[in-house]
Design a protein around this ligand. Structure first.
Ligand code: UN1
Length: 497
């Protein structure tokens, strides 16, 4: 195998070992005999070095014309495109999701990189008239400085790219700390940036646990933006950590996404959607369909159709093209999900299918779980309320459309929701009244595209959005510029009254 086994931190354009002298292993969750790589167990000192390198590099990077920054991103995107298969195969090994999906993950990074490269020739501000004569008004975007990213394991290259590419095109420099379960994908991204000529210090990577490095990433005075994707619990800490020094924080957190199925829906289509939404990525998406609410007249039929399909999903190593669902990311996550299955049973939900860890043969080397469906779930149950982040779907029935909307909104989260119906009026009312950041009609709760804003309401986010031009607002600040060419003092609100 040509993969380097030991990955170093990437700081100031160099691959360097951690000062700790310690490392950790990254193993394949589908086959723990497969060692994907050995990574640096970094210390706050390593983080500080990376932040200082980024601060120094920012002095020049901010002055590189944005179209030139864009040209570099085009080169990075071209490389990601050329090496899509290698990146995706490595990603399946480190993350477990099936190869079709890791190709999608890599494609999302390619899309985002091209998209933001194009922004280099836009980064539009506005010009607007002045209330004075011989005066010119405009707005320009200015970068903030060093941005730190704490990224999750479920989208090992897509989510890092959502943060990196808009930050870079705006003229910021970055330090990224990838999830300990999936650092190889970010290391790959760093290597591509290095080889395509991104200047030293502009992108930096430090590996290690959030517990050990989180404070260092948030507290350094040179850091101006912290972008985090992960649990609401940790997001709250990031937000509090940033508040004292007014660092900007962009938080993408939990979800408890709902698919509504009306009695007039195309049930085959709704079943396809629920299956993909609930069990794609082994349910480990922030946007995963976790609650399925179905009109009482079709709930029994839909449940049996879904159970039939879910129980036949092929679970295994995602490098096998015929496998439909991979493992959970690690043992801890598997146990958490099994814990929720026990809770669901105790709460009185009906276990329709699944519920067990898969054992025997190759399964013994990974963290495999059966696709699991509960029916008869009520709004009081923990499996209705809490994010599970695994292949568990909770089904509940409703009587009326109004009740469905009320149930959809019965969550502290607000990332994604969907409705299956043939009634266009109901679709529009649900689109308006279900309070989420993302909404789908006749499509599952997953499947966001990079040129639309991504993020959620309530405890899913803090008002920011990733992707699209919305991401530029996270990584730049507006400067309003007034140019007075009258040669006289003109007092706004006074001289023209
Ligand atoms: C996530 O859910 O964690 O919309 C990210 C989707 C993907 C991104 C999901 N494009 O499902």
């Amino acid at each position: 195998m040509s993969d380097p086994k030991v990955f170093k931190n990437f700081i100031n354009g160099r691959w360097v070992e951690s000062k700790s002298g310690q490392t950790f292993e990254n193993r394949n969750p589908a086959d723990t005999d497969d060692l994907v790589g050995i990574f640096q167990k970094s210390t706050p000192d390593d983080v500080n070095m990376a932040i200082e390198a980024a601060a120094e590099a920012h002095k020049k990077w901010r002055l590189v014309p944005a179209p030139k920054r864009g040209e570099l991103l085009y080169r990075v995107a071209d490389r990601l495109f050329k090496e899509k298969e290698a990146i995706s195969r490595q990603m399946t090994r480190e993350m477990g999701k099936i190869i079709k999906e890791t190709r999608g993950d890599t494609q999302e990074a390619i899309d985002m990189t091209y998209y933001m490269a194009g922004e280099g020739r836009r980064l539009f501000g506005m010009t607007t008239p002045s209330e004075m004569t011989n005066k010119f008004n405009m707005t320009i975007r200015q970068p903030l400085g060093v941005c730190c990213f704490i990224t999750p394991w479920n989208f090992p290259i897509a989510i890092p790219s959502w943060k990196m590419m808009p930050a870079l095109i705006c003229g910021n420099t970055i330090v990224i700390k990838p999830a300990t379960d999936t650092p190889a994908s970010v290391a790959y991204l760093m290597k591509v940036c290095e080889e395509e000529g991104v200047p030293p210090g502009v992108v930096n990577m430090v590996t290690g646990s959030g517990g050990a490095l989180g404070d260092a990433l948030i507290k350094h005075p040179a850091v101006k933006v912290v972008s985090f994707t992960g649990s609401t619990e940790v997001g709250r800490k990031v937000s509090e950590g940033c508040a004292g020094t007014f660092k900007h924080s962009c938080l993408e957190m939990g979800g408890k996404n709902v698919q509504i199925v009306m009695d007039d829906a195309d049930l085959d289509l709704a079943v396809d959607g629920a299956l993909w939404g609930a069990f794609g990525t082994t349910g480990q998406r922030c946007t995963a369909t976790s609650r399925l609410i179905v009109h009482k007249d079709v709930v029994a039929k839909m449940t049996s159709m879904l159970v039939e399909r879910a129980s036949n999903l092929k679970v295994g190593n995602g490098l096998d093209e015929s496998v439909e669902m991979g493992p959970c990311i690690n043992k801890g996550q598997l146990e958490t999900v099994l814990g929720y299955i026990e809770i669901g049973k105790k709460e009185g939900a009906r276990l329709e299918t699944g519920g067990e860890e898969l054992k025997g043969g190759a399964y013994d080397k990974g963290f495999f779980l059966q696709p699991t469906i509960f029916s008869g779930v009520t709004q009081k149950m923990r499996i209705w309320k809490e994010e599970i982040f695994g292949p568990v779907l909770s089904i509940a029935a409703f009587d009326s459309f109004e009740q469905a909307v009320e149930m959809a909104n019965d969550t502290v989260y607000g990332l994604s929701a969907s409705i299956y119906t043939r009634d266009i009026n109901k679709a529009y009312v649900a689109m308006r009244d279900v309070y989420t950041g993302i909404f789908y009609v006749n499509a599952p709760t997953i499947g966001a595209e990079t040129h639309l804003p991504f993020g959620g309401t309530k405890e899913t986010g803090n008002g920011h959005r990733e992707a699209a031009t919305a991401a530029l607002d996270v990584f730049s600040e507006w400067k309003s510029v007034y140019v007075d060419f009258s040669g006289t003092l003109q007092r706004a609100q006074i001289d023209n009254a």
